[in-house]
Design a protein around this ligand. Structure first.
Ligand SMILES: Cc1cc2nc3c(=O)[nH]c(=O)nc-3n(C[C@H](O)[C@H](O)[C@H](O)COP(=O)(O)OP(=O)(O)OC[C@H]3O[C@@H](n4cnc5c(N)ncnc54)[C@H](O)[C@@H]3O)c2cc1C
Length: 411
């Protein structure tokens, strides 16, 4: 049997910073990280398209409310704010920059630098890789893992169920439940939508850089976002579409139709588009196929004309009536596509739901139902609703907090 003062299960974002903080605060403790994959930090490498969007300058302030269970999360963000997190990374030797939209990246623009910075600061920690923890039992005030590793204090940082190819296969939830915790319903979040292929297939590859997308159930808006969307052969991807996925998943019921309603040109009002199209039809002789290319990509323009019922190939735009133009403008602002669901956990960036926040001390991440147990990161029922560095900031803030070990570790 191997014995440690502290074991962290999960060697990625939240678990690794928890281990570093615990070692810095309590250098006399023996600490181990157990990671099921052969190497630590695999998911970090995949983040931000390989650039690791590691935080967002607004994550801990005005946009804090845009996390699920934001009141719980606020405590960790107060302790380890964005600035304090960046100071922490600076102390690891990693410098960062902030882009014009507030997203924070490593100065090197590569996620590997983040993993390197963490890896080179784990010298006080034993890394046990290639071992999946499948069983945890309470024993003598501590914990026995897989019947082989004993620790006095345990941090579970196994992530959620999203993107299992990067290690997070949801096995941490069963460990939490076996120690008396409740896990709320789990949904894939930040994931592409699946939709009526008859509509999306002809649009495959079309990107709208600034769309306003809402998701409607029985005519009622249940989620919305603005930003880029990308049509695929089976649905809608892009940041704005991904951001409304969890609202869709949470409201999906058999027999209920859900629609994505897309404003394709939200920066122009209906009146502005009407004026633009009226003068285009008056002054130009072109056919309908290219009528909307001044506003949206050609394939999207044709889809709009078809959806508004005014399309016929080769039809000259000067033959369009005032009523036709009204129908087209309406469709540009409300392009409706029936959505069937999402691409699921395999393609999701994040899990919504997790270990109930009611059972965790928000100031320490310590379990309220099992002594000496802590949680960090996505396994907790907290998720950032937006793309842009919010979920990693939660992983860092909660991980650093858990690494304080409740402020009562004895060396
Ligand atoms: C493709 C992709 C891109 C993303 N991009 C961004 C981004 O740019 N910005 C952002 O803020 N967020 C991003 N995210 C989300 C972000 O990566 C996660 O929210 C974050 O990594 C969660 O950290 P975590 O430590 O809680 O869990 P994870 O990073 O998932 O780490 C959990 C670790 O635990 C290990 N593990 C699981 N079960 C066991 C077990 N039973 N025994 C031992 N080890 C176990 C896993 O192998 C894994 O290494 C992205 C996610 C994906 C999938």
């Amino acid at each position: 049997m191997k014995r440690f003062d502290v074991i962290v299960i999960g060697g990625c974002a939240s678990g690794l910073v928890a281990a570093i903080n615990a070692h810095r605060l309590y250098p006399g403790l023996s600490i181990a990280v157990i990671e099921k994959l052969p190497r630590i930090g695999k998911k970090i490498l995949a983040t931000g398209n390989g650039r690791c969007n590691l935080s967002n300058e607004t994550a801990d302030s005005d946009r804090c409310a845009e996390y699920m269970n934001s009141e719980f999360a606020e405590n960790a963000f107060e302790k380890y704010s964005v600035n304090k997190t960046l100071d922490f990374f600076s102390s690891l030797g990693l410098k960062t920059y902030t882009d014009s939209e507030g997203r924070i990246y490593p100065l090197s623009n590569t996620a590997a630098s983040v993993v390197d910075a963490i890896r080179f600061n784990l010298d006080g920690t034993e890394l046990i890789t290639g071992v999946a923890v499948t069983d945890v039992k309470k024993q003598n005030g501590g914990f026995m893992l897989n019947g082989e590793y004993f620790c006095d204090k345990l941090i579970i940082a196994t992530g959620g169920k999203a993107s299992p190819s990067q290690g997070s296969d949801g096995s941490g939830y069963a460990l939490a439940e076996s120690l008396g915790h409740t896990v709320t319903k789990l949904y894939p979040a930040l994931v592409p939508l699946t939709a009526d292929a008859a509509v999306t297939k002809p649009l495959k590859g079309v990107r709208i850089h600034d769309a306003f997308i809402t998701v409607e159930k029985n005519g009622k808006t249940i989620g919305s976002s603005r930003g880029e969307i990308l049509f695929t052969d089976s649905g809608i991807s892009g940041i704005a579409a991904m951001e409304i996925a969890s609202a869709l998943e949470k409201n999906k019921e058999k027999g209920t139709d859900i629609f994505a309603v897309i404003g394709l040109v939200p920066e122009m009002s209906k009146a502005e588009i009407t004026d633009y199209l009226t003068s285009l039809c008056r002054e130009n002789c072109r056919d309908c196929d290219s009528m909307l290319t001044g506003l949206v990509p050609k394939a999207a323009g044709i889809a709009v004309l078809k959806a508004s019922g005014v399309y016929s190939p080769g039809k000259e735009i000067k033959t369009l009536t005032k009523n036709d133009i009204e129908l087209i403008v309406d469709t540009i602002h409300h392009f409706r596509i029936k959505v069937t669901g999402t691409k699921g956990f395999d393609c999701a960036q994040v899990t919504s739901g997790g270990v109930s926040t009611k059972e965790i001390n928000p100031g320490t991440m310590e379990s309220l139902v099992c002594d000496n147990l802590f949680f960090a990161g996505e396994i907790i029922d907290v998720d950032g609703i937006h793309c842009g560095g919010f979920n990693l900031q939660w992983a860092w803030s909660s991980g650093l907090t858990a690494g304080e070990l409740g402020g009562k570790a004895e060396c």
